[in-house]
Design a protein around this ligand. Structure first.
Ligand code: GLA
Length: 387
């Protein structure tokens, strides 16, 4: 990979690159749509991710080229005048991050040539955008010796996505990508940002990601709609309860007080947020006791709740999960990420993986009309400099 990036960089920018950085994608094992509700999540960083080969410039220009979007060619912008521009496409993410750093008072006084290559499928819900944001954050921190903590970079990257890109995401993706640790998932309390690493001991099993290959069309607007529904439910609950987020409620608290929520749809959304949050804690406990069967069962409950109460799955994700669960050696399967298309995550016994992929591919194609794609993934460290 490094030699490949070196030679591509040379071809495109007609000079030598100076260093290479890598930023992973992420998969969330359980705890979906809980981050912005002050709940727990349990994601891990992947060995799939985004590479960035860079060389410093003597002026204030940034030139970027992605091997994933070769048709748009080199995109150039000036450090002194960073504005969102639809035609700059994927480069708006790096622009957003640089703008946030500058707004915070960090002096970015020279530009770069940057070649980007990602092997996370774009738009699949494995956080290719957060991966790119952290990549740029770490490049800036490293090149200008800002001495920022990873958590600061995580927060700045999220801020770029919220305020520059306009997607009101929670902190899970950027946190998992920045703070990722090999072979571990991260139990993160999104209310306090307390976290712990939990070693994924699933001897004999693997994490298999299935991409529905459905484009996530209205995902951003539906995502923001869910956030509003939960905020409304919280507001209703606060007329009696002294709480700041849905994540503070147990299932019992919720059942006793749900009558306060005026709208039935908001009630279903809040139910998911509360139950999913508690389910995440139970799932981590199960994994720590090596009770992988219980972990799998909770994954299935999580999917059902996202399908019935949160309503963010859709035909493709539901089909992929139910076909996966029919196969031998599968102990759990669920949608992962925001939903509305994108990916599933399944835990599959190693000796069944080949059959699993073959059978589910055939069955899914018969029902949906096109094939899914599968990735057996490894859990990797967070964003870092490679050379
Ligand atoms: C997207 C967002 C995250 C999180 C998930 C759902 O990936 O970026 O912050 O809300 O959806 O769990």
């Amino acid at each position: 990979m490094i030699d490949f990036l070196k030679s591509e960089f040379n071809k495109i920018f007609e000079k030598d690159m100076e260093s290479i950085f890598f930023s992973p994608g992420r998969v969330n094992l359980i705890g979906e749509h809980t981050d912005y509700n002050g709940g727990n999540v349990f994601p891990c960083a992947l060995s799939l991710g985004t590479y960035g080969a860079i060389s410093k410039r003597n002026d204030k220009k940034v030139r970027m080229y992605s091997l994933n979007f070769t048709d748009v060619g080199i995109i150039e912008f000036d450090l002194e005048n960073i504005k969102y521009d639809k035609k700059d496409d994927w480069v708006n993410y790096p622009k957003g991050v640089i703008k946030i750093f500058k707004d915070k008072g960090y002096i970015v006084d020279y530009g770069f040539d940057i070649l980007v290559y990602g092997n996370i499928p774009n738009g699949s819900g494995l956080s290719s955008s957060a991966s790119l944001e952290l990549l740029i954050s770490v490049i800036l921190n490293n090149s200008f010796s800002f001495n920022l903590s990873t958590l600061d970079m995580v927060k700045y990257s999220q801020e770029a996505e919220n305020s520059f890109i306009g997607v009101n995401c929670g902190i899970m993706d950027q946190f998992a990508i920045g703070m990722g640790k090999k072979d571990c998932a991260i139990l993160l309390d999104c209310n306090t940002l307390e976290y712990k690493y939990s070693k994924i001991n699933i001897d004999g099993y693997s994490i298999v990601i299935g991409n529905t290959n459905k484009k996530r069309g209205l995902a951003d607007s539906k995502y923001n709609e869910r956030r509003n529904e939960c905020e409304r439910a919280l507001k209703n609950l606060k007329t009696k309860l002294n709480i700041n987020s849905l994540g503070e409620l147990t299932e019992k608290d919720f059942e006793e007080n749900k009558y306060l929520i005026e709208n039935d749809i908001d009630k279903k959304r809040a139910k998911h947020a509360v139950y999913e949050n508690q389910r995440t804690l139970k799932a981590v406990e199960a994994l720590e006791k090596n009770d992988i069967k219980l972990f799998g069962k909770l994954m299935i409950e999580s999917h059902n709740s996202l399908r019935d109460d949160y309503e963010v799955t859709g035909k493709e994700l539901d089909t992929l999960v139910s076909l996966s669960l029919k196969e031998n050696g599968v102990i759990g399967s669920r949608m992962t990420g925001a939903g509305f298309g994108g990916c599933t995550v399944s835990i599959v016994k190693n000796e069944f993986i080949d059959d699993f992929i073959k059978n589910v591919t055939n069955d899914y194609k018969n029902e949906i009309g096109y094939e899914p794609t599968f990735y057996t993934v490894e859990i990797s460290d967070g964003t870092r400099k490679l050379v």
